[in-house]
Write a protein that binds this ligand. Structure first.
Ligand code: FA5
Length: 335
């Protein structure tokens, strides 16, 4: 009896798997679960088994019956909701839905391109922490407490001495402190400022670059940056060096590229000037050299920090920087 019950269970389970329409379900119900069905007739035989085996086999029969009833209910529900194992009207030869491949965000792509251009010029790549100390972000760069230059940075503070780095320049101090010249490094990464409009975002990317050696001049800086823009924009884009001020470079400059969005005629992106600022740069201030233990009479260097989003705007003719961070796939998929 026990064997016949187990065999019936296995048969019923197998039969259920093969059912693909309502008629099949009804036939199954009549054959296995109906009043005169196989389960009922097997259970009727309980009366003829030995008295001492009856409770155990009765219990087993009930469990098997309940199991088959549950499976039947499940299959019925699946079939009625169109999710049957193999629906009769399902065309298995149809092509499946294609799953699109993901790819890097356009800013990551531009960042990698920028790094590749500088690596081609012999710069090594170093990365540093986004959460930075006040010392490396400001003090080591000749920006002591209460210096007015701190105001330009719109800093997000974590505590009095810890902050989200406002630029990648702390990497100058971190690397110079650790190593002796000659040095030629770039340091790409995220930076943060409380700032937002069509050319500013609160989180953006910079690539810091610096070179320290004997007899480094402003002409070297101009040469490297001109070669960079020529490679990045594949041609001669007008470039201008504007005198500026950074406490950690002397002399300092800001570099603008002719606005590709309006071809230099003036638009809302370039604030009607025909130029878009892409980086700050200069010769490393002797004060910074001294703080990291270099002799400024023996060594000199240049440094620059470029805005990756600005380069990406110019490269692709994007007129609002915030588009990069709205996560609209229709925009992102174009790159
Ligand atoms: C600096 O951050 C300096 N650390 C650059 C530097 C490095 C100067 C080494 C000298 C030597 P500045 O604040 O100008 O400078 O920012 C550099 C570039 O980052 C800007 O030219 C601009 O392209 C970009 N940038 C600045 N603020 C934002 C912002 N909120 N959103 C997007 N890009 C920005």
């Amino acid at each position: 009896m026990e064997n016949s019950l187990q065999q019936l269970k296995a048969e019923a389970e197998e039969a259920l798997c093969r059912i693909s329409d309502k008629a099949g379900l009804e036939a199954f119900r009549v054959k296995y679960l109906g009043r005169k069905g196989l389960l009922s007739s097997t259970m009727k035989q309980l009366g003829s088994v030995a008295k001492e085996d009856r409770p155990r086999l009765g219990q087993l029969a009930n469990t098997i019956k309940k199991g088959v009833e549950d499976l039947f209910a499940d299959s019925k529900e699946k079939l009625e909701s169109g999710g049957g194992a193999v629906a009769a009207d399902m065309d298995l030869s149809l092509a499946g839905r294609t799953i699109g491949f993901g790819k890097c965000h356009p800013i990551t792509q531009v960042m990698e391109e920028i790094c590749a251009v500088f690596e081609g010029m012999g710069f090594a790549v170093a990365e540093g922490p986004d959460i930075e100390t006040d010392y490396y972000n400001f003090e080591a760069l000749n920006i002591p407490k209460h210096h007015p230059a701190r105001d330009m940075h719109d800093t997000f503070y974590v505590s009095d001495s810890i902050l989200l780095r406002t630029h990648t320049s702390p990497m100058q101090a971190r690397i110079m402190e650790d190593r002796d010249p000659p040095l030629r490094y770039i340091a790409p990464g995220k930076v943060y400022r409380c700032d937002s409009d069509i050319t500013h975002t609160p989180m953006f990317h910079q690539v810091e670059g610096f070179l320290v050696d004997r007899k480094v001049s402003f002409a070297d800086l101009k040469g490297v940056l001109t070669a960079f823009t020529q490679r990045m924009f594949e041609g001669d884009l007008p470039l201008r060096f504007r005198p500026s001020f950074f406490p950690f470079t002397e002399p300092s400059a800001e570099v603008d590229i002719a606005c590709v969005i309006c071809s230099g005629k003036g638009c809302r992106v370039c604030k009607r000037t025909g130029w878009l600022e892409i980086l700050g740069a200069g010769l490393i201030d002797p004060e910074v050299m001294t703080m990291v233990g270099y002799d400024p009479d023996e060594f000199s260097g240049f440094a620059f920090g470029l805005g990756v989003e600005r380069i990406a705007m110019l490269k692709y003719g994007i007129d609002d920087i915030r588009l990069y961070y709205e996560n609209d796939l229709r925009f992102l998929e174009q790159f």
